[in-house]
Ligand binder design. Structure first.
Ligand code: HEC
Ligand code: HEC
Ligand code: HEC
Ligand code: HEC
Length: 165
C-alpha cells in the first residue's frame, strides 16, 4: 500500500512495546486499593484511623476544667482552643492523674501568635515581645485565659476580691 511500509510497522511495534511496558509498570507500582473509593488509596483511611489520637478537643478539656472555660469566656481568648497553647493532651484527658501537662513557657507560647509582624493584619493584637515584657513571663501580668489587663485593678487584686465573695 505504502512504499517501504516496513518502517511504519517497526514504529507501531515500538509504540506497542511502550504501551505494554506502561501497563505492566503501572500494575506493579499503583497500590491495590487505589481507586476503591475515589482518586486515592482506599487503605489510607484505615491506616490514618489506626493512628493514636493526640488531641482531645476543647469540649473534653472543659468538661473537667469548667473554671478555666468560664474564665476564657470573659475574654478574647474564647476563640483560642485549649490545645493551641497547651499542646496535644489526649493522654492527659484519658488519665489526668498519671499524665500531667508540662508547664508552658509563655515567652514561646504567647509569642507564637502575638510577636509583632508587619505581615499580620493590623487589627490583631501584637507586641514586640522583648521590648514589651522586658523578659518577664507574660503571665506575670496577663492571665493567660483572660488576657486583657483591665486598668485600675490588677489581676491579683481582682482575684482576691472574687475570692472574698
Ligand atoms: C477527666 C478530667 C480531665 C480532663 C478531660 C482534662 N483534665 Fe486537665 N487536669 C485534670 C486533673 C484532675 C488535673 C490535676 C489537678 C491538680 O493536680 O490540681 C489536671 C491538670 C491539668 C493541668 C495542670 C494544672 C497545674 O496545676 O499544673 C493543665 C494545664 C490541664 N489539666 C489542662 C488540660 C487540657 C488542656 C485538657 C484538654 C486536652 C485537660 N486538661 C483535660 C483533669 C482533667
Ligand atoms: C492562650 C493560651 C492558653 C489557652 C488558650 C489555654 N491556656 Fe491554660 N494556661 C496557659 C498558660 C500560659 C498557663 C500557665 C502556665 C502553665 O501552667 O503551664 C495555663 C495554665 C492552665 C492550668 C493550670 C493553672 C491554672 O491557671 O489554673 C490549667 C488547668 C489550664 N491552663 C487549663 C486550660 C484549659 C482547660 C483550657 C481550655 C478551656 C486552657 N487552659 C486554655 C495558656 C493557655
Ligand atoms: C493560638 C494563638 C494565640 C496564642 C498562643 C495566644 N493568643 Fe492572645 N489572642 C489570640 C487571639 C485570636 C486574640 C483575639 C484577637 C481579637 O479578636 O482581637 C488574642 C488576644 C489577646 C490579647 C488582647 C485581649 C483583649 O481583650 O484585647 C492579649 C493581651 C493576649 N491575647 C495575650 C496573650 C498572652 C499573654 C498569651 C500567652 C499566655 C497569648 N495571648 C497567647 C490568639 C492567641
Ligand atoms: C509588666 C507587665 C506585662 C508583661 C510582663 C507583659 N505584658 Fe502584655 N500588656 C501589658 C499591659 C499593661 C498591656 C495593655 C493593656 C491590655 O491591653 O491588656 C499589654 C498589652 C498586651 C497586648 C495587646 C496589645 C494590643 O495592641 O492590644 C498583647 C498582645 C500583649 N500584651 C502580649 C504580651 C506578651 C506576648 C507578653 C509576654 C512576652 C506580655 N504581653 C507580657 C503588660 C504586660
Amino acid at each position: 500500500m505504502f512504499k517501504d511500509g516496513e518502517h511504519l510497522i517497526r514504529l507501531a511495534a515500538v509504540f506497542a512495546l511502550g504501551l505494554a511496558a506502561f501497563v505492566i509498570l503501572r500494575a506493579a507500582v499503583v497500590p491495590r486499593s487505589f481507586g476503591q473509593y475515589g482518586h486515592y488509596r482506599g487503605a489510607a483511611i484505615a491506616e490514618i484511623a489506626s493512628r493514636p489520637i493526640a488531641l482531645a478537643g476543647h469540649v473534653t478539656c472543659e468538661s473537667c476544667h469548667s473554671d478555666i472555660a468560664d474564665q476564657k469566656k470573659l475574654g478574647k481568648h474564647v476563640v483560642v482552643a485549649c490545645e493551641a497553647c497547651h499542646g496535644a493532651l489526649a493522654a492527659h484527658a484519658e488519665d489526668p492523674t498519671s499524665v500531667q501537662p508540662k508547664k508552658l513557657d509563655t515567652a514561646v507560647v504567647c509569642a507564637r501568635c502575638h510577636e509583632a509582624n508587619s505581615a499580620k493584619p493590623k487589627w490583631f493584637p501584637q507586641v514586640a515581645t522583648a521590648d514589651h515584657s522586658g523578659g518577664i513571663a507574660c503571665d506575670t501580668c496577663h492571665q493567660p485565659h483572660r488576657p486583657k489587663i483591665e486598668t485600675g485593678k490588677s489581676e491579683t487584686a481582682k482575684t482576691e476580691a472574687e475570692g472574698k465573695k
